[in-house]
Design a protein around this ligand. Structure first.
Ligand code: TYC
Length: 101
């Protein structure tokens, strides 16, 4: 069978143009002061006082809270920046990232 018997592929797979998004997740702990968590959320994630308070209290009562969703790079940078702010002030405050389904 000659190669020329093969039909050329005429259909191309359509790939989605949107990048996969990542969640930034705030974890509760027993030591970081509530007010400090609120300060970090306002500074790093540009939240209002009310939004930051709501997210902090959700993590406080349910142990975790999704803070925001970004592209991978931005999510990782912000999670690191926010976690570092805690460490620099002697607190075990922790932010992680996880891909959206
Ligand atoms: N649980 C902390 C306290 O009682 C406050 C806190 C809330 C810490 C949310 C972390 O993600 C957090 N001081």
């Amino acid at each position: 069978m000659a190669d020329t018997d093969l039909k050329p592929r005429t259909e191309t797979k359509k790939k989605t143009q949107r990048p996969r998004l990542y969640k930034v997740i705030l974890l509760n702990d027993d030591y970081t002061p509530r007010e400090f968590v609120v300060v970090v959320l306002k500074k790093v994630f540009r939240m209002s006082e009310e939004e930051a308070m709501h997210v902090m209290m959700t993590a406080h009562t349910k142990d975790v809270c999704v803070v925001a969703v970004y592209t991978k790079d931005v999510a990782e940078t912000k999670a690191t920046e926010a976690t570092d702010l805690g460490r620099e002030n002697g607190y075990p405050l922790m932010f992680t990232t996880e891909p959206e389904e």
